[in-house]
Design a protein around this ligand. Structure first.
Ligand code: NAD
Length: 496
């Protein structure tokens, strides 16, 4: 059985020490092992990044962008293998993995524009013979810590832009499905990154804490669950680092009485159950306005869910695959149990699903729960499984209050034909990413991705224009070349 190591200073390295099993969740068996980096191994990666920084910072942005162009091409050429690696360790169906990669490649494309994005601002004659400009300089060594659910895309939210801006990078991918991130980083090296510019350390808390505490690491980008995001943000900030930490979610869709119910049902199906609901933008709560909308939604969902196909990642005929681990499977089923015990109605029950020939896989079938109320555990917490809750309210205001009162504020959506209602909703709702008849409003790479409330700790969102801001610091230079005409004597009042 192979053990996945690290990528440090341009070469794959293996180190003796702790390891962890990697599962193939479609069959429920161990597929390999991953090394868990020690403090010393992480420090070696940080040292490599630190050593590579001066030359990389001074490399012209256009040359850095050319590496990104080649990287994009290599990602496209290797898309099949990357999707297979994602599917094998994560469990998502191959076409879903290809979609994830495509969204990751968008970020490489945006990073190709670094020379334009780093141009800065210039003002001539801010005073007699004085010019001023602001430029955007790289920070130095930057770290990225990423979750299991988008093992290829989330790292690509981070390092292409960080590196194109002139930083060097240490990535710590999820230890549960680390292979695609390592494979992709090797493609980035093949595209022409000098040794040490991009390093990957596999590991767990020990590796993460080392990155948070190392004074050579200037900034940390994190994506994962809210308790860990909060911890990362507090510890990195206390150590004087710039930090953005994206956390969990509970994404509501409001279904208005005038909505096109066929569109609602088909798009909710994909957005709630796609990737087994293991998406931070998955729609996990449908809030129906009026009993008529609720009854119509439940009836049509029940009908469509009867044909949902759950099974192994490599069968393109499946709609979604297993969840990530057996422990997570039990956790998701536990939430369904709690909903039942607390008085909700289980309309479609995915707990007992069996996939022929893959009996040990970590499968949960699509689950629909009606009559959910705000105090129920299944509503309070992020389930991160193929479970859709239905909450019945009487007015749009009531639906919006529910969303605003929830601790998370990642994504939301309204289904309606009423433009005035949609505009009111998108203007007032306390959520960072809003869809109008769009179930998964994941911004394209030239906008930025970020939730509100406890879905994001930090001031700047991920990727897009905020990514450029996050990975650079502004320096403002004021210049005068004294000449006879403008030379002045000493001035003791504040310059104006
Ligand atoms: P997680 O928080 O368990 O792990 C994320 C990363 O943190 C991993 O690299 C892991 O090794 C590390 N980590 C875990 N425990 C740690 C600890 N105690 N100390 C230091 N580091 C630790 O998240 P996950 O289960 O891999 O991913 C799923 C979660 O991520 C969900 O909550 C989902 O909503 C969230 N997510 C959010 C976004 C977003 O953009 N807001 C995107 C994707 C996933």
């Amino acid at each position: 059985m192979t053990t996945l190591g690290h990528l440090i200073n341009g070469v794959r390295v293996d180190r003796e020490g702790r390891t962890q099993d990697i599962y193939n969740p479609s069959i429920g068996e161990v597929a390999g092992q991953v090394s868990l980096a020690s403090k010393a191994t992480v420090e070696e990666a940080v040292a490599a990044a630190q050593a590579a920084f001066p030359a990389w910072r001074d490399t012209p942005p256009l040359k850095r962008a050319r590496v990104m162009f080649r990287f994009k091409q290599l990602l496209e050429e290797n898309a099949g293998e990357i999707a297979r690696l994602i599917g094998e360790e994560h469990g998502k169906i191959v076409h879903d993995a290809q979609g994830e990669l495509a969204r990751g490649i968008e970020n490489v494309e945006y990073a190709c524009g670094a020379p334009e994005l780093l141009k800065g601002e210039h003002s001539k004659n801010t005073g007699p013979g004085i010019d001023s400009w602001s430029e955007f300089q790289p920070l130095g060594v930057v770290a990225g810590i990423t979750p299991f659910n988008f093992p290829a895309m989330v790292p690509l939210w981070m390092y292409p832009m960080a590196i194109a801006c002139g930083n060097t990078f240490v990535l710590k991918p999820s230890e549960r499905d680390p292979s695609s991130a390592l494979f992709i980083a090797e493609l980035a090296m093949e595209a022409g990154l000098p040794a040490g510019v991009l390093n990957v350390v596999n590991g767990d808390k020990e590796a993460v804490d080392t990155l948070l505490d190392d004074p050579r690491v200037q900034a940390v980008s994190f994506v994962g669950s809210t308790p860990i995001a909060e911890y990362i943000y507090s510890r990195a900030s206390a150590n004087g680092k710039r930090c953005q930490a994206l956390g969990g979610a509970k994404n509501h869709a409001i279904v208005m009485p005038d909505a096109d119910m066929d569109n609602v049902v088909s798009s909710l199906n994909g957005a709630a159950f796609g990737s087994s609901g293991e998406r931070c933008m998955a729609l996990s709560v449908a809030v129906t306005v009026g009993d008529e909308a609720a009854d119509a939604l439940i009836a049509k969902m029940q009908e469509q869910m009867a044909s949902l196909k759950v099974g192994p990642f490599h069968d393109a005929g499946n709609d979604f695959g297993p969840v990530i681990t057996q422990a997570h499977r039990e956790k998701v089923c536990g939430y369904i149990d709690s909903a039942e015990q607390q008085g909700a109605t289980i309309v479609v029950d995915g707990r007992g699903v069996q996939v022929a020939g893959h009996e040990n896989g970590f499968y949960v079938g699509g689950t629909l729960i009606d009559h959910v109320t705000p105090e129920m555990t299944c509503y309070q917490e992020e389930i991160f499984g193929p479970v859709l809750l239905v909450m019945r309210v009487d007015t749009m205001q009531e639906a919006m209050r529910l969303i605003d009162d929830h601790e998370y504020g990642n994504g939301t959506c309204i289904y309606t034909r009423d433009g005035e209602a949609a505009r009111y909703f998108s203007d007032r709702i306390q959520v960072g990413m809003v869809g109008i008849n769009v179930p998964l409003p994941v911004p394209v790479s030239y906008h930025s991705f970020g939730g509100w409330k406890r879905s994001l700790f930090g001031d700047l969102s991920a990727y897009g224009p905020d990514g450029v801001r996050f990975y650079t610091k502004r320096k403002t230079v004021t210049q005068r070349w004294p000449s006879a005409g403008v030379r002045e004597g000493a001035q003791f009042s504040f310059p104006s």
